[in-house]
Design a protein around this ligand. Structure first.
Ligand code: FCB
Length: 452
């Protein structure tokens, strides 16, 4: 047995998102978001679930902080609900919304935990969706205003901020596939949305910096290493194009002011509404890259795909496949090492924070009240080992955040997928650390663990 030891000052954390845990949908003048609207639309969410109450963290955040503390964690990634700050997506900051986040962040600081707020984890004000949503260019300016007032009011409580959570996911699932809010199915709208989000990323960063100095700003990109499904050269090329689309579509614009060559016929500039000067506007020299990673992608050539990328992800089969979580996602730990090393190589060793990594397993409390989720322990052990290999090979990784602190509202899946280190009884709101939470707390305390 050898010991896996993380670098000194490595931060151990957990992540959540406002709509998935807060509840408090109608309290203190909060405005309606696209997720409030979507979850209340019949047939959209498994079992008709909504986030109206969720984990009730709006009222129980001190219990969440106690859990973080009991696991010796030093970083908490949460998100700010735009509709608590600007109920209609514009206008002055709403005092009681700000107060909630001020209390949360002060309590974190009190507990010695770094607050790592995300400005946008998918809950666009419905009023802005009504005026065009992310496909509308104006939304970039609205978002930059929101970023500015949030930093003006709360910038004294955190130096590290995340702009967007998984821009590729919310633009694709929300506007192209229609399985997330706001539920549109239009390739054109989805592509336009990606461009507005890229503009918003640059504009928000400038707005944030003009409000507060000494900030460290990142975005949490959903990433997945893309491997060719077959031995054909065509599959290798398709995997590379897919990589550029899923992993780099919001990173290249931020760091280099350009879109990567993901499409067979070039960047669809007209469809996306790209204008002169946008290359400069999109630039956002991020201080760190947040990586959310759950699994790998196997890709093969598909010259008839709807996007025009000429590629499609395929399910791993037979003895090439890893085990699956309850969500059906393949467990493939080396994906984290491979992705981190690829980004380290291609972007000149940027500072990386792992902003999400985790798994859904339904393991429930036993008669004794213990929650024996050994598969989750194995999951984190495997991914952490792979992350450690990437660090040994030269990657500059500063933190790891388990998704999630709590079982919560898993978007279209409602409450059916449990990702938490803590079990939540959704009847009573009671939280109980699972065995994985106890194990993770030990790892955080020792800054490592014994490898097998
Ligand atoms: C990520 C999301 C997060 C959660 C996990 C399971 O894509 O950022 O909110 O749903 O997946």
């Amino acid at each position: 047995m050898s010991r896996i030891e993380f670098p000194p000052n490595f931060q151990w954390g957990a992540a959540t998102a406002a709509y998935q845990i807060e509840g408090g949908m109608r309290v203190a003048g909060k405005g309606e978001s696209i997720w409030d609207r979507f979850s209340h639309s019949p047939g959209r969410i498994l079992g008709g679930a909504t986030g109206d109450i969720a984990c009730d963290s709006y009222h129980r955040f001190q219990e969440d902080i106690d859990l973080l503390k009991s696991m010796n964690l030093s970083s908490y990634r949460f998100s700010i609900a735009w509709t608590r700050i600007q109920p209609e997506g514009k206008g002055p900051a709403h005092r009681s919304g700000l107060d909630y986040y001020r209390r949360l962040m002060e309590a974190l600081l009190e507990a010695g935990i770094r607050p790592l707020p995300t400005l946008y984890h998918w809950d666009l004000p419905q009023a802005l969706e009504d005026s065009g949503g992310w496909p509308a260019r104006d939304t970039a300016g609205r978002f930059a205003d929101y970023a500015a007032i949030t930093l003006r009011e709360l910038g004294d409580l955190a130096s590290d901020w995340v702009i967007f959570n998984e821009p590729n996911v919310f633009t694709a699932l929300g506007y192209v596939l229609g399985i997330h809010a706001p539920g549109h199915q239009s390739l054109e709208a989805g592509l336009r949305a990606t461009h507005t989000v890229n503009l918003a990323q640059g504009e928000a960063m400038r707005a944030m910096r003009s409000e507060s100095s000494g900030l460290r700003i990142g975005t949490a990109f959903n990433m997945s290493p893309c491997e060719p499904a077959g031995d054909r050269e065509e599959d290798a090329e398709a995997a590379e194009r897919w990589h550029r689309f899923v992993n780099l579509w919001f990173l290249e614009p931020a760091l280099h002011g350009r879109y990567p060559e993901a499409f067979l016929k070039g960047v669809p500039e007209e469809t996306m509404g790209i204008q002169d000067g946008d290359a400069e506007r999109m630039q956002a020299p991020l201080d760190f890259l947040g990586i959310n990673l759950y699994t790998r992608s196997l890709v093969e050539e598909d010259l008839n795909d709807a996007y025009g990328i000429g590629a499609k992800p395929v399910e791993p089969q037979g003895d090439r496949a890893g085990p699956r979580t309850d969500f059906g996602w393949e467990v493939w730990p080396s994906a984290l090492r491979d992705m981190v090393l690829r980004i380290t190589r291609d972007y000149d060793r940027p500072v990386i924070e792992i902003t999400e990594n985790g798994c859904s397993y339904g393991d429930a409390p036993s008669a004794g009240g213990q929650i024996p989720d050994t598969r989750r322990i194995e999951f984190h052990r495997g991914f952490l080992q792979a992350l450690h290999q990437a660090i040994e090979a030269g990657a500059d990784v500063r933190s790891y955040h388990a998704w999630s602190l709590l079982d919560n509202f898993e978007w279209a899946e409602g409450y059916s997928q449990r990702f938490g280190l803590a079990w939540v009884d959704f009847e009573t709101g009671e939280r109980t650390l699972k065995d994985s939470g106890l194990w993770y707390g030990q790892v955080a305390q020792e800054n490592g663990f014994e490898a097998r």
